[in-house]
Design a protein around this ligand. Structure first.
Ligand SMILES: Cc1cc2nc3c(=O)[nH]c(=O)nc-3n(C[C@H](O)[C@H](O)[C@H](O)COP(=O)(O)OP(=O)(O)OC[C@H]3O[C@@H](n4cnc5c(N)ncnc54)[C@H](O)[C@@H]3O)c2cc1C
Length: 481
């Protein structure tokens, strides 16, 4: 049977984009359908990854400038810099990235259509545009790459003015003096440190007991110390009660309770940023009778090859659930294309790194010290503190640490955990050693550029080896192993 397309991809975020690019390399006819009338690139380019990182870079530059040179009048960054400057920094980054995505799709002859897509049957997609006109196309395969959207708060409404979510914070017109962030995940932490760098007084209301519980506990302690140093207040086990304007004091009031102090507390603030969970974009996507299985939260159920419960319908990216990141969505979209067209491929070997673009950054891969011990593995750790790195000293950015987790018996690297500048880049050096089954001797026996942040690996490796030595193993034996 002849179809209009070999694959119709619903959604132009990283999962959809990479599936399209890979499919055209296999000489397939591809259509991407995107509901956003103005932009391609999904949350990646328009609401999440790239815009928040562009704001982060601008804030980091300001923090750098401010901490290197100070201010002779003792002014805060928000008294010298305007949000407008940060927004135009972000705008230029987005424009150039948007242009590149568009030109990549055109160069590779990927067709695009604007409108809401609905899967009518396994080989038919209907697209409804903003004038309510519908078009129907047939296809051999479908990729669902519709991503996710922010969950709305239960106790108050996001008005995109005083109460913001991760979309509307990107268009805030001034640097707030005070900001309360409700939610304590990665995005909350990133925005807390971005605005703290601009001089904003930040309070985070965390409804759980632990902050970023998946992190190595020592790294988490190191982060908490830095948050304190920056004046960021973190309330754990807090329960939101109400949010309301106080017209007399021209501010917003956030009313909450914490478990430790079981009484109502009120914080006055200029803005509230709500960063709760996410929900998959699967509403109205499937016509009745299309048997793609969704889980209890609405996420698409897909197997290891990204195939759904319908043979020719695949799904990749946030719409399939954790890990919800642009980095993994790119890989999943590409692999879905390979599987769809029977091109032999390998899934990523080993662990997936995580990256948190706070100021400074956090990143890691593999087992934490606690996880290794829970699994009964005899591990030793090696630490390097940024204050001992020449490059960090030169840059006056000495907050942070790098921690290696490795097997005591053969020095095999099992985990790398970093808090500090360039952590999200640095982690890949550890990743490549881990994927190849290497040991921490690599960092001792090879020449690394100096001065660099990578020096942390060398210092941590020596620190780790010295611990093994203290445990009674002869130094000569350690390095001969
Ligand atoms: C503030 C923030 C910061 C982030 N920072 C990072 C980071 O630093 N690093 C990282 O790796 N990840 C980051 N992420 C996560 C990352 O943005 C997402 O994981 C990624 O964009 C998901 O990609 P996707 O292709 O699955 O979907 P998306 O990028 O969400 O794209 C889905 C697209 O599908 C379209 N769509 C939905 N339904 C339909 C329909 N029925 N018909 C047609 N089109 C439809 C949507 O309009 C959207 O454009 C961040 C997210 C946020 C919110």
């Amino acid at each position: 049977m002849n179809y209009d397309y070999d694959v119709i991809i619903i959604g132009s975020g990283p999962a959809g984009f990479s599936c399209a690019m890979q499919s055209t390399k296999f000489d397939k006819k591809v259509l991407i359908v995107e509901a956003d009338e103005n932009h391609l690139g999904g949350t990646w380019l328009n609401k999440g990854t790239v815009p928040s990182k562009a704001l982060r870079e601008a804030a980091d530059l300001i923090l750098d400038f401010h901490s290197q040179f100070g201010d002779e009048k003792g002014r805060k960054p928000f008294e010298k810099f305007r949000m407008e400057d940060l927004l135009s920094y972000k705008k230029s980054a987005l424009e150039s990235k948007n242009k590149k995505v568009k030109s990549d799709l055109i160069k590779n002859e990927v067709e695009t259509a604007r409108g809401w897509a609905k899967i009518k049957d396994p080989n038919t997609v209907e697209i409804q545009d903003n004038l309510n006109q519908t078009k129907t196309y047939t296809t051999a395969n479908i990729l669902i790459a519709t991503g996710s959207s922010p969950l709305l708060p239960e106790k108050f409404d996001v008005d995109d003015n005083h109460i913001l979510d991760y979309n509307s914070i990107l268009n805030i017109t001034h640097i707030p003096r005070r900001l309360v962030i409700v939610g304590s995940g990665v995005i909350s932490f990133e925005y807390a440190t971005i605005f703290a760098s601009l001089g904003t007084r930040i309070t985070i209301l965390n409804d759980s007991d632990e902050f970023l519980p998946f992190l190595d506990s020592e790294i988490r302690q190191s982060i908490l110390k830095t948050l304190k140093k920056r004046g960021i207040v973190l309330h754990k086990l807090s329960e939101m009660m109400d949010v309301k304007p106080n017209p007399l004091r021209t501010c917003m009031e956030v009313i909450f309770k914490t478990e430790s102090e079981n009484r109502k507390q009120v914080i006055e603030t200029d803005h509230i940023l709500y960063v709760g969970g996410k929900k998959p974009n699967t509403d109205n996507l499937l016509a009745p009778g299309v048997d793609v299985e969704l889980d209890q939260y609405g996420y698409v159920v897909a197997d290891k090859t990204y195939r759904t419960t319908v043979d020719n319908i695949y799904a990749a990216g946030d719409v399939t659930g954790e890990p919800t990141s642009a980095s993994s969505s790119f890989v999943q979209g590409r692999l879905a294309a390979c599987n769809m067209f029977d091109i032999p491929t390998e899934s990523p070997s080993g662990d997936i790194p995580y990256g948190i673009y706070s100021i400074p950054e956090v990143s890691g891969i593999g087992l934490t010290e606690e996880q290794a011990k829970e699994q009964g593995i005899d591990v030793t750790v090696g630490r390097a503190y940024y204050e001992n790195l020449t490059y960090a000293d030169i840059n006056h950015r000495t907050d942070g640490m790098l921690k290696l987790v490795f097997r005591t018996d053969n020095l095999k690297l099992l985990g790398v955990h970093i808090f500090g500048d360039y952590a999200t880049d640095l982690v890949h050096l550890g990743q490549s050693i881990m994927v190849q089954g290497g040991t921490i001797k690599y960092f001792i026996e090879n020449v690394l550029n100096y001065p660099t942040y990578s020096e942390a690996y060398r210092i941590a490796a020596f620190n780790g080896v010295n611990r093994v030595y203290k445990a009674g193993v002869k130094y000569k034996n350690i390095l001969e192993k």
